[in-house]
Design a protein around this ligand. Structure first.
Ligand code: ACO
Length: 332
């Protein structure tokens, strides 16, 4: 099968900056603790822009950078685990803002692994000639799901969106590997919050005993240590599997863009992968963890800085709620 060609990239960075010092004013934490445990100094928070509007702005930028118009897009694939609506899906909402009708609109949710899933799906559609030009993106407003009284999780997350426009890359390499461990769901989840007033429903007790109080039910729940341990092994394992399948070693890779969850996770994973740290790109120092938006936002930054060159071999690798994981190596 052929690979992909990225024609353009885009990103949306929200307006509000939340520094570590700001967190120290309302929870028991410090800049020193957050910096040494996570590498994060600040994150950007969408104070009033809905998720789909962030996505639309990143998508518009990617389409313009590709030298195209929204009507040239045959399909929009959006990764999000923080949608504004159950339906319509986020891709339809973004299509409407862009005026990209009547293209196909698909959402995927593998939590923070989602952009890799979306790119794999796009690549398959392109290789099978189902669509010619696809807008692949991630848009996340994790801060909608965060309990700002939980110091173990609230300091990690920011908001944002990233996008790429892709077409088929004739004879370009593309390898990927994804997986999930559904039995680890309790390590990281956010339950859908339902109205309790339905006369036919009894109280849903699935995972109820895991949550302190009913008020906390709608928030992200995380066992940080369990996720940390899983992430290091899963990311290194996925990349090792691709290397074994493709015959490449990480010496053949020019750039690694990992999910931006925690600098210590990234450092431990790259040590396990045995990859040169200078090839690894991070932006979590200023953006925090923007879930599945991390990777396409990094790609947009790299593109803006002129660091993406045709023929480069790029490795994307991530993990997230599920627990899921995935990695891909492709030629730019
Ligand atoms: N400030 C100060 N102290 C804190 C804070 C904080 N913000 N948070 C926790 N602590 C305390 C704990 O209460 C604990 O105190 P204790 O020893 O008195 O009990 C101590 O620090 C150590 O806590 P740990 O949880 O062991 O700290 P750790 O070094 O593991 O760091 C962290 C916590 C940063 C959450 C880390 O475990 C991590 O990054 N895990 C992975 C998280 C992740 O990547 N999640 C992905 C979510 S993405 C998605 O799919 C939506």
């Amino acid at each position: 099968m052929d690979g992909i060609t990225i024609l353009g990239t885009g990103e949306y960075v929200p307006d509000t900056t939340a520094t570590n010092e700001m967190f120290a004013k309302f929870i028991d934490t410090s800049d020193e603790w957050i910096t040494t445990r996570t590498g994060i100094k600040e994150r950007k928070i969408s104070s009033s822009t809905p998720n789909f509007m962030m996505g639309a702005q990143a998508g518009r930028q990617a389409v313009e950078n590709a030298g195209l118009t929204p009507k040239d897009i045959d399909c929009i694939i959006v990764s999000t685990c923080t949608p504004d609506f159950f339906y319509p899906n986020t891709a339809c909402l973004i299509q409407n803002v862009l005026g990209a009708q009547p293209c196909a609109c698909i959402d995927v949710n593998t939590a923070c692994t989602g952009f890799i899933t979306a790119l794999d799906l796009a690549r398959s559609y392109l290789a099978m000639n189902v669509y010619k030009t696809i807008l692949v993106m991630a848009s996340e407003r994790l801060t909608n799901q965060i309990d700002y009284e939980d110091r173990g999780s609230c300091i990690l997350f920011g908001d944002g969106a990233g996008a790429v426009v892709v077409q088929k890359g004739e004879n370009k390499l593309y390898y990927s590997h994804s997986g999930a461990e559904g039995d680890m769901l309790e390590s990281l989840y956010c339950k859908v919050y339902y109205d309790k007033n339905n006369p036919f429903h009894k109280e849903d007790d699935f995972l109820k005993d895991k949550i302190d109080t009913p008020q906390k039910e709608r928030y992200l729940q995380m066992d940080g240590r369990a996720v940390y341990k899983f992430a290091v092994d899963a990311m290194a394992g996925a990349v090792a599997k691709i290397c074994a399948d493709s015959g490449f070693s990480l010496d053949d890779i020019d750039l690694v863009v990992p999910h931006q969850a925690n600098l210590r996770i990234i450092q431990a994973a790259i040590k396990k992968m045995n990859v040169d740290e200078s090839k690894v790109y991070t932006n979590l120092e200023t953006h925090g963890n923007t879930s599945s938006s991390c990777i396409p936002m990094c790609l947009a930054e790299l593109d803006k800085a002129g660091r993406l060159k045709r023929g480069m071999r790029i490795c994307l690798v991530g993990f997230g709620g599920g627990l899921t994981y995935g990695a891909t190596i492709f030629e730019y």
